[in-house]
Design a protein around this ligand. Sequence first.
Ligand code: HEC
Ligand code: HEC
Length: 163
Amino acid sequence: MKPSKLGSVFLLALAAVLSLSLSSLTTNSSESSDQQLDSLAQDRAKHLARLREQIKGNGRRAADSVFKNIKTMKGMPAGRLLAIMDIGYSQSLGVSCGHCHNTERWESDEKPQKQIAREMSLMMTKTTSLIKEIKGLKSESPAVNCTTCHRGAVKPALDLGTK
Ligand code: HEC
Ligand code: HEC
């Protein structure tokens, strides 16, 4: 097997293991929502496998030279963008790719959630820099990310009640 082929087989296996272990980690007790999470994980894995195949050999190139409509993630390696789409964005919100994308045309901005996500990302950067100004925190580099607020839900909770 060629090294590049081996690499993508490895990535596929990694994606499968990740989605399996994440779905088995979910604390949700009801069986139907477990099934729903499984099918979201499968849907994400299917899209990621196709896209990783499409960008094979270009995973380290800048996202804006590999994809068509990159505004906030310019310069980020294309492979890393896909990992963020999976773990950072989809799993944080408890959705699959189709929540923000027309999955036949990834570059399209037709779903409002996609532009919202860009603005959320800017807000996250601003919030992180405000947090860094607070003295006496335990972390050397305190930060917030999508999961900090969303925790697997499209609409973050405003109280401690069960979702
Ligand atoms: C919460 C919204 C959200 C979710 C969920 C999401 N994406 Fe994205 N995606 C974006 C945003 C925003 C961009 C554009 C980033 C930018 O402008 O730099 C993007 C860009 C992309 C691109 C580049 C398209 C192009 O040609 O410009 C691909 C490919 C992509 N996403 C794949 C995925 C996959 C695969 C999933 C599911 C595993 C996913 N996305 C889930 C918001 C999302
Ligand atoms: C400081 C908390 C916070 C952070 C951090 C955060 N969000 Fe949000 N997000 C919210 C709130 C609050 C809403 C609005 C929910 C509502 O009332 O509709 C929201 C809504 C959204 C929506 C609209 C969902 C829908 O379909 O209605 C998307 C998409 C989204 N966030 C993506 C992201 C992404 C991607 C990140 C990380 C880059 C992120 N958010 C980080 C608090 C946050």
